[in-house]
Ligand binder design. Sequence first.
Ligand SMILES: NC(=O)c1ccc[n+]([C@@H]2O[C@H](COP(=O)([O-])OP(=O)(O)OC[C@H]3O[C@@H](n4cnc5c(N)ncnc54)[C@H](OP(=O)(O)O)[C@@H]3O)[C@@H](O)[C@H]2O)c1
Length: 258
Amino acid sequence: MKKYGNWALVTGASAGIGEAYCFELAKLGYSIVLVARREERMKEIASKLEKQFSVKTLVIPVDITQEDFLEKITAKTKDLEIGILVSNAGFGKGGKFIELDQNKMAEMVKLNCVAPTILVHHFAKEMAKRKCGAIIHLASVVAYQAVPYYAVYSATKAFNLIFGESLWHELKENGIDSLVVSPGSTKSEFRQIAEIPENPHGMEAEEVVKISLKKLGKRSSIATGFINKLPEFFSRILPRRLWIKIVADQSKKNVGLD
Ligand SMILES: NC(=O)c1ccc[n+]([C@@H]2O[C@H](COP(=O)([O-])OP(=O)(O)OC[C@H]3O[C@@H](n4cnc5c(N)ncnc54)[C@H](OP(=O)(O)O)[C@@H]3O)[C@@H](O)[C@H]2O)c1
């Protein structure tokens, strides 16, 4: 992989896919800025990274849905050259739209869309000054079509996909590589937080991360694993209304409404 600098900043570094990015990037020699809310958990991860890979770490405990989150991050990173930004923190909640909690949905939009926009804007400007950098955006297989019963979550992930692919083109002239990563079901805390049953066939987070890092600088977006490439394929060949109905039948079961 091309060397983008010495530091990588990972949001959602305390668990799941974000934690796996911390390990894989440290293995490649990057020092890591860990961002999430759970400080103790991040300190444990940071200590392992330092011991196993002899890299530096910086733990920033912050809720990135709060208004002042960027100031809290930049106060601690202003002297670091962040070469890779992994915009990963996110959560999903499904159910019948009119029965979902409004505050929860607003929080989802803030975490999955507003925070990435602000973070990417800040760090892309810094990377552009150096004409070097990389941004990884976490979308999902649900980003490629409407997903009834996950209306807000799938819309936030479609945002991540379109945002990241647009920047892939736009930021090329600034020396910045942008990659959208769309995992399918992946083992992490995601399903526990979404209150849906675990999927024993989910991919390992490490596998998702390894696949994505191989494609950084080469592709605008990837779905991780063969089965996860199917939503994008079907959304191109099937009539839109038919594909929405097929997806709805599945997602209704997934949220326990069928
Ligand atoms: N796992 C899947 O099946 C799957 C599939 C497709 C896409 N994805 C996407 O992959 C990304 C990572 O998900 P995951 O599976 O790794 O989930 P996860 O295990 O639940 O991890 C989510 C991370 O986000 C952090 N986070 C949550 N709310 C936050 C907040 N307000 N401020 C700062 N950090 C916050 C959490 O840390 P704290 O709780 O410590 O703050 C945690 O580190 C998400 O964007 C998700 O949409 C996941």
